[in-house]
Each structure stands twice: as C-alpha cells, then as structure tokens.
Design a protein around this ligand. Structure first.
Ligand SMILES: NC(=O)C1=CN([C@@H]2O[C@H](COP(=O)(O)OP(=O)(O)OC[C@H]3O[C@@H](n4cnc5c(N)ncnc54)[C@H](OP(=O)(O)O)[C@@H]3O)[C@@H](O)[C@H]2O)C=CC1
Ligand SMILES: O=C(O)CCCC(=O)O
Length: 470
C-alpha cells in the first residue's frame, strides 16, 4: 500500500491477485483495514494544507510529469492490466491512453479554476465568488477499468487542490499501485495520493465516519453506491456516484445499418460486455430487424474469445465465477422466455479462465432479465419495435439512466429521440462516446454527478461567496 509516501503493509496478512485467464497467482497485496484507512486519511489531511496552497501551475506541472511517465510505461501498465483484469492487451493499452487523457486534461484545467465578481446592491460593497478544493477525497473504484476509474477521479481532485485516499477493487489493485509508483516518481508529494488495499467494508466505513473526508467518489454497483450515499449522510459529505447502467441501442429504419452494426460490436463487446455503458439491449425497427440481425451475426462470428495476451483476441475472460453465473442466468432466462440464439450462447472454460461466447438473442421480450437488469457480459438481446414513440417509452422504462444510443440518418429524428431519452450520455450514430473532455455520468439510479471535462472538476470544488465592505 502507498500511504504518506511510504510503501507499507508487508507485516499484514496478504491476499492473492490472480490472472482471470489462467487463475495463476500474480502476486499479493496487504489486507488493509480500519487502521490503515485512518492512517491514509491522516496523511491526506496533513498534506491538504500545502497541496491546496501550491500554485495551480505547480500542481499542473506535477500532473503533466505523471502523465509523461504513464505514457512512457503504457505497455507495462497495459500488460499488468490484462494480467489482473483479463481484457485484451491492445484494449488495455487503449484504456491506459484513455486514463492518461484525464491526467493531461486536468493538468490544463488546474489553471482554469476561475472565480466571479457579481454586481453588488450597495455602492460600498463588492461580491466575489471563489472556488476552493473540498478537502480530502475518498475514491473507491471497480475492477472493470483499473486505470481510468482512478485517473478520472484523482486527476480532477489533484488539479482542484484536493488530496486523495484510494481503494481499488480487490481483483485489480496492481494497476492502481503501479500508477501510484509513477506518481511518486513524478514528484507528487507524499500524502497527496494514498492507495490502500483490503477489506472494503472496514475501509469504506472508516472513511464514511471520518469527518476529515469531505467527499466520496465511487464507481461500481448501484447497491454499494446506495450504501455509500447513506453512510456519507453521517457527516454530510459530497458524493459522486457512477453506478450501473442498462444501455438501450436503438436502430431506426433509416439508419446506416453497416455503421450501426460496427458500432454495436464495439459498444456491446468491449471488455467482454463488462462496462457500465455497454449496450445491454438492442431495439431495431421491425422493417429492418432481419437484415440488421444477419449483418450483426456475420460480424459477431468474426470475434475471437481467449486469453487477452494472445494475438487478435477480441474478448477476454469474465472477471470471476459470479460474473459468469449472472451472464448464464440471463441467458437461461432469455431462452426460457422464448429467445432465439442466433450466435454464441455458451460458456466455456480454458486454462481455468471462464469465458462466455459473444452471443445474440433475437425475439427478445421486455420481461426477460437481460432486458431489465445489468448483464455485465457479452449477450446482445435484439427486440423489434414499430414506432419512435414506442421505442422511446421502452428505452426509458428503466431505473437506470446512464448511456443510450440511437442510430438514424434523419437528423431531426436523431435529435428528437436523443432529447427524449432519460440518459446522461446519448451516442447518436456513435457507440463509443467516452472521452476525457466530456461529462460522463448518469440519471436516475445510475448515479450522481459528472466525471470528465470542465464539469468533472466542479465536483471537487466548493463555491465560496465573499461579501466585501469597502
Ligand atoms: N458502474 C460500473 O462501472 C460498475 C458496475 N458494476 C456492477 O456491479 C456488479 C457487481 O460488481 P462488483 O465488483 O461486486 O461491484 P462493487 O460495487 O461491489 O465493487 C466496486 C468497488 O466497491 C468496493 N466495495 C464493495 N463493497 C463495499 C462497501 N460495503 N463499502 C465500500 N466499498 C465497497 C469494492 O471493493 P472489493 O473489490 O474489495 O469488493 C470495489 O472497490 C457488476 O456485475 C455490475 O453489474 C461493477 C463494477 C463497475
Ligand atoms: O463505469 C464503467 O464501466 C467504466 C467507464 C467506461 C467508460 O469510461 O467508457
């Protein structure tokens, strides 16, 4: 663990990190708990004073140095990620680039935290508005994006002048620790970034109860997000939550079908479907559903599933047994409710890695689990619809509101549908909308707040109004 600029924890019991493609042990990390969580907060709190007062240009330079080192080490970080998470190596290196984009974006944005002056109502007064860092930030991150979910939180937090305590997922702490090592090498002062591994409940509870932690930022399941939101109420912390999704992918009859198919392949199968903005359900207008399904089937049959370190692999293993069981449940349920398997449909084990074939289910109905709950796996259920109004209603009929996609060559229709969708992110003729400079986040039970872009830094800032009598 990395606490107050020291690598610690060898005296604690350790837990093993395994490669999901082989179940080989890659290493072990300390089983930290309440005590280490408190030490990390102590370090972050002590350092907040100096870090927040550092001129923005200096914080920016340190972030830029961290960015340079991550870039120089991207192949190594990508390999660590593939080994502990399973995604194909090229995709992992792509994630490192994406993750690093947040560091460079916020290295620049650090210099643009502007205040305001507001016309006063008395001649002998002036009104100033300043933005100040919220304080110590606790970041809890998931296994599906071991680098990007850290930098998307730590980049803006540091740029704003906050210090952070981070708990990566237990499956993927090695990428996080490598990023911390590079932050240390970049000269980011001790105590600014602290990374601890271990018991999620004990660490989470310690941070929730600690009044010095002023903000919790979390990416993960809706269930844990709700618990954290409730816990944060004890000391009224700011909260950002990026939770589950259930993205509809809508294809209108006037869509460019080949383009929609190509975008659906990326949107559905990246990270083997284990992304909160991955398409979960596909709605195709009835007049083109047959043609679309045939073309989609042909593209899916080209995909290769295997160990992410092998060449030309498109889908790696699922993260663990529970993930596989959930995908299998959704598959079995879809078949029981009349779904027709057009491609894939099977799980398999290879070198102890757990895989699920990229799968298409046609004749999907709205009562299927996969049409309502987050599958987090490579199943694409296709349902048909008749009218624009109908598909908008079906797409919005969900407690989730993270990402949605609509494909149409009719600009008016595309704008109309995108505006009617109750989702925080809408890809219009675009299945891969994530970029560092845009606001990422959800409506309804998909979360609170936005990450990325200039909106993302606001989550780490307090607005202070100064009324000056002259
Ligand atoms: N929005 C998204 O990007 C994600 C959504 N999910 C959804 O959630 C499902 C379950 O995945 P899962 O990995 O279990 O997600 P979790 O929400 O359990 O895990 C996300 C992070 O929260 C930590 N955590 C778990 N319980 C607590 C707690 N009580 N207090 C504080 N931190 C906690 C985890 O630690 P630890 O790893 O040690 O358990 C991990 O670091 C997936 O199938 C998917 O549907 C999952 C991951 C990401
Ligand atoms: O929450 C996730 O699943 C990770 C975000 C993926 C992305 O940024 O595209």
């Amino acid at each position: 663990m990395y606490i107050d600029g020291q690598w610690q924890g060898s005296e604690l019991s350790q837990f093993e990190i395994t490669n999901p493609a082989t179940k080989q042990v890659l290493g072990s990390v300390p089983e930290g708990g309440k005590k280490q969580a408190e030490q990390a907060v102590e370090a972050a709190h002590k350092t907040f004073e100096s870090w927040s007062k550092l001129p923005a240009q200096d914080r920016s330079r340190l972030l830029a140095d961290w960015h340079r080192l991550i870039d120089e080490n991207k192949e190594e970080i990508g390999k660590i990620m593939t080994l502990e998470q399973g995604k194909p190596l090229q995709e992992a290196i792509g994630e490192v680039n994406y993750a690093n984009g947040f560091i460079s974006w916020y290295a620049e944005e650090a210099k643009r935290i502007y205040g305001e002056t507001i016309p006063a109502s008395h001649t002998n007064k002036r009104i100033f508005v300043q933005k100040q860092p919220v304080g110590v930030v606790a970041a809890i991150t998931p296994w599906n994006f071991p680098a990007a979910m850290i930098t998307r939180k730590v980049g803006p937090a540091l740029a704003a002048g906050c210090t952070v305590v981070v708990k990566p997922a237990e499956e993927t702490p090695l990428t996080a620790l490598k990023l911390a090592e590079l932050a240390e090498e970049a000269g980011i002062p001790a105590g600014v970034i602290n990374v601890i591994t271990g018991n999620p409940q004990a660490i989470g509870e310690a941070w929730l109860q600690d009044e010095r932690v002023r903000k919790i930022t979390f990416t993960g399941s809706t269930e844990v997000g709700k618990q954290l939101m409730e816990g944060a109420a004890q000391t009224v912390k700011k909260v950002s939550l990026e939770l589950g999704g259930h993205a509809p992918f809508i294809v209108m009859e006037d869509a460019d079908i080949d383009h929609a198919v190509a975008q659906l392949i990326g949107s559905k199968f990246r990270n083997a479907g284990q992304t909160c903005i991955c398409t979960n359900r596909v709605y195709v207008q009835a007049s083109i559903v047959e043609t679309f399904s045939e073309k989609f089937e042909a593209a899916v049959l080209q995909l290769k599933t295997g160990d992410g370190l092998e060449k030309n692999v498109d889908l790696g293993p699922l993260i663990n047994k529970q993930a596989l069981e959930k995908v299998q449940d959704h598959m079995d349920d879809a078949v029981a409710k009349g779904g027709n398997i057009l491609a894939g449909g099977n799980s398999f084990e290879k070198n102890q890695g757990l895989y699920f074939e990229p799968t298409i289910v046609t004749e999907a109905s709205d009562d299927m689990l996969c049409m309502n709950e987050e599958t987090f796996g490579p199943i694409a259920p296709i349902a048909s619809f008749q009218t624009e109004e109908e598909v908008i209603g079906r797409a919005n009929n969900s407690p989730f509101g993270l990402a949605a996609y609509v494909f149409s060559e009719n600009i008016g229709k595309a704008v109309r549908v995108s505006e009617a969708l109750e989702y925080g992110i809408v890809g219009v003729n675009d299945g891969l909308p994530s970029v560092p400079q845009a606001p990422f986040g959800g409506m309804k039970e998909s979360g609170l707040g936005r990450e990325g872009g200039h909106h993302g830094i606001e989550e780490y800032l307090e607005v202070k109004y100064i009324s000056l009598g002259i």
